[in-house]
Write a protein that binds this ligand. Structure first.
Ligand code: SF4
Ligand code: SF4
Length: 381
């Protein structure tokens, strides 16, 4: 994790900005939050608008800037945009789709244009399961090819994996696969039922803990970093494990960089709209790609103004608005639960995280409280 995270005031600027350069993609993943389809949208931000956005990212000094999609390779000006970002000292990561458009020549051109990191998706440990997830046979093999090509030319690689009911049984095989690859970061996403993502595929709270335990163990020995997306309660898990291990006298001897990473990440409380911003292909500014509520449009307002001043973003950074368990939780400043998942299941971005096992000390669920109050009244009557 970037050590700069401890220096970023989330009220002033995001730590991560993701620009969805296009919604077009030739894959048809079952969990696609973008509901991507093959053709580019006529109202996509133009090259000049994209460069203006990159200038704003540079002025805001956002440490992590990601070009995503759709499939960014569907944009013919992709190399020009990356080259431009480099010229204004913005480091760019890219998440291309593993289709026939992703060739060795393209990977080399991306590096030459100034790409800092290539991020590819791996949602199954075998071609059979990954390709079924992605809706295209050959996608697994192409992903492995892309990793190898990037390794060959010294371009850092990140793997993105989305855990859902469809692949949780493969978690040990996926861990073994990650261990066998030369990667910088394993970015572990947890499904949010939005776009094509289905509620039936959502892991339950116990299954979240199971994944947390597996990646926590892996983080102690892996030679790559691990980060989670839309699982803010992994920070609560790390803190709880740290306390338990210190009590047991078995606190892990992490590599100093990793120790700083785990500790540095935990207190920061990065969340949707709080250190994180997503700019859609038409310029709408969302708190994340999984939370489709717009704070404004960069065609009408500066990104900084929307991020700092829109009621939506200000509200999401205000932990006093959290409801249910999250509102009562002693971990809410470092965690706060996934605002995107709360919104997708309830329509309320301040509702409690639906997939967390933790019950805050002294918290009484509203139904239980109502039942107790009724009993109290009945006993007094
Ligand atoms: S590769 Fe990404 S954008 Fe394309 S369909 Fe899959 S999830 Fe959607
Ligand atoms: S109850 Fe909410 S704030 Fe507390 S750990 Fe769970 S998700 Fe995080």
């Amino acid at each position: 994790m970037n050590p700069l995270i401890s220096t970023v005031d989330f009220n002033e600027r995001p730590f991560i900005a993701i620009w969805e350069v296009t919604q077009a993609c030739d894959l048809a993943c079952v969990h696609c939050r973008a509901s991507a389809q093959p053709d580019r949208h006529p109202m996509e931000l133009s090259t000049e608008e994209g460069k203006d956005l990159i200038d704003q990212i540079a002025a805001l000094k956002v440490p992590v800037f990601v070009l995503t999609g759709g499939d960014p390779i569907k944009r013919p000006d992709l190399f020009e945009l990356i080259d431009y970002a480099r010229s204004v000292e913005v480091r760019v990561s890219l998440t291309p789709s593993a289709t026939p458009l992703l060739t060795r020549e393209v990977v080399v051109r991306l590096k030459t244009a100034g790409l800092a990191r290539l991020a590819v998706s791996m949602d199954g440990a075998s071609a059979e399961t990954h390709d079924a997830f992605r809706g295209m046979s050959g996608s697994f093999a192409r992903t492995l090819d892309a990793v190898r090509w990037a390794n060959e030319i010294g371009l850092p690689v990140q793997i993105n994996t989305t855990f859902s009911r469809r692949n949780i049984a493969e978690i040990d095989d996926l861990v073994a696969l990650m261990d066998s690859l030369k990667i910088t970061l394993w970015s572990v996403f947890f499904l949010v039922p939005t776009g094509r993502g289905k509620l039936n595929d959502l892991l339950n709270a116990e299954e979240f803990e199971q994944v947390f335990a597996t990646i926590y163990d892996l983080s102690k020995k892996a030679n790559f970093d691990i980060k989670t997306t839309e699982a803010q309660h992994y920070r609560r898990f790390i803190l709880q494990q740290g306390v338990a291990e210190r009590k047991a006298g078995s606190a892990p001897k992490l590599h100093p960089d990793k120790a700083a990473d785990a500790i540095g990440r935990a207190p920061r409380g990065l969340n949707d709209g709080k250190g994180f911003v997503f700019i859609s292909h038409t310029g709408e500014v969302f708190p994340s790609g999984f939370l489709p509520l717009s704070g404004g449009n960069i065609r009408l307002q500066e990104l900084a103004v929307i991020y700092r001043d829109s009621p939506l973003f200000q509200g999401l950074r205000d932990t006093s608005r959290l409801e249910g368990k999250c509102g009562a939780c002693e971990f809410k400043e470092v965690c706060g639960g996934s605002r995107a998942r709360a919104y997708s299941l309830t329509g309320n971005p301040n509702a409690e995280e639906p997939c967390c096992v933790y019950v805050p000390k002294g918290f009484v669920p509203p139904l239980q409280a109502a039942r107790a109050a009724t009993l109290h009244v009945l006993r007094r009557a």
